[in-house]
Design a binder for this molecule. Sequence first.
Ligand SMILES: *Cc1c(COP(=O)(O)O)cnc(C)c1O
Length: 469
Amino acid sequence: MNILQQAYDLNSFKKRGELLIDHICKTHQSRESRKVIPHCHPDEQYQYWKNSFTKQSDPLELFENVINRSILYQHPNYMGHQTAIPAMSSVLASLVVDYLNNAMGVYEMGMVGNAMERVVAEHLCEKFALGDNAGAFFTSGGTLGTLTAIMTAKTHFLNNNKDSENLCILTSDQAHYCVERAALTMGLGQDGVIKIAVDDQYKMDIEQLKEQYNRAISEGKKVFCVVGSAPSTSTGAYDDLQAIGNFCEQNNIWFHVDGAHGAGVIFSSKYNYLVKGIEKADSIVMDFHKMMLTPSLCTAVLLKDKQYSYDTFRQKADYLWQIEDNDWSQGGKRTFETTKSMFILKVFTLFKEFGDTIFEAYIDNQYDLARGFASSILQNDKFELAYIPQSNIVCFRYINCENSNHFNNLLRQEIIEDGTFYLVQTTLDGKVYLRTTFMNSETTAIHTDKLIRFLEEKAENLKILNSKI
Ligand SMILES: *Cc1c(COP(=O)(O)O)cnc(C)c1O
């Protein structure tokens, strides 16, 4: 066999495929006996792969090394950032996606995927009750989705207002940085985003929204978009979408909802109250690779009026290009990507296998767990809770110590280097907090109780260590 024949050899594909799935299952079954994060210094990690790079080996050996050296979201002690633990059938779907490698930009190159996108889009628009003109498309990530949605808002604004000076966006000071990044990318400059203060539960303060809006207008600024968070990333607090929606309606401003993390509560009859008013949105961004059990990246961008989506990337040179009936099938006309992955299959697979119920079961499980954990923290006088959690994101800190900011920093560093648990940290109002996001559906109160004991022990050890220095 020559080298190209080897690259496409089916026998080794089949053999390796079986062995790989076997290895993944074994890793998964024994995951609680290993650390969630085998932490190692970045320079050391680099050296390891630098050394490995030129040594030829069987890919299987490589894959096993990769798995061994990686953080394992499947470990129930994984309580860190908001990345999905993919459902197993969506992992299998990934194999089909990568084998076909169909590109979504042009219909013929991605026939199935483009049609599937439309089916899922219609289902989502109906769920969010966006009305008869609504439509959606999919793109690679919430950051890119937010940029696309805000660009659409701007295009819409400029259709009615020719002057593009002094455009600005209003959002809370807890909003994800992708809003600011979108403004910078669009050339709105540093003043392109006005940050609204939040209340004591980290939701946008609606009185402040009105005040800041009036001030902006009196200064000659043109507010073309308000972004509400559902929820914001640091604290998981849902803005009052009903109130923001009403405000936007009264002032005729585009209302965008950043639901990258938590718009999925629409599937839960227990928690859908958190997005009450979301049907007022002109656009919504929702990540499937966060709370929707799908591998990264997969983001839905929903629009109340789907026609606007064809204007976003309509460049001057294309002015002759008419909207055709079947424009929906040419993915590239509405998204940044030209060669876009057929990731929609991963989502379609889950809907088809389980229906909406899988998402409801997941949201309920994770949001319930966070509430339970928060009440344990409240009952423990060594810890302080930052706020009552609305989602699966909980911020808390150790307070049975001096110089709490410094101490919680040290504590988090200890946790990472130890690797038994994985959680992150954030700063709110100048205070350093430990931050957990309960992403793994196999995490239970047993694990969160263990986390509390673990933190107490680590903290005691740290205190002894510090007193010796
Ligand atoms: C994660 C997140 C984003 C960014 O999405 P990516 O898919 O990581 O690009 C935007 N907004 C919120 C609220 C998020 O939680």
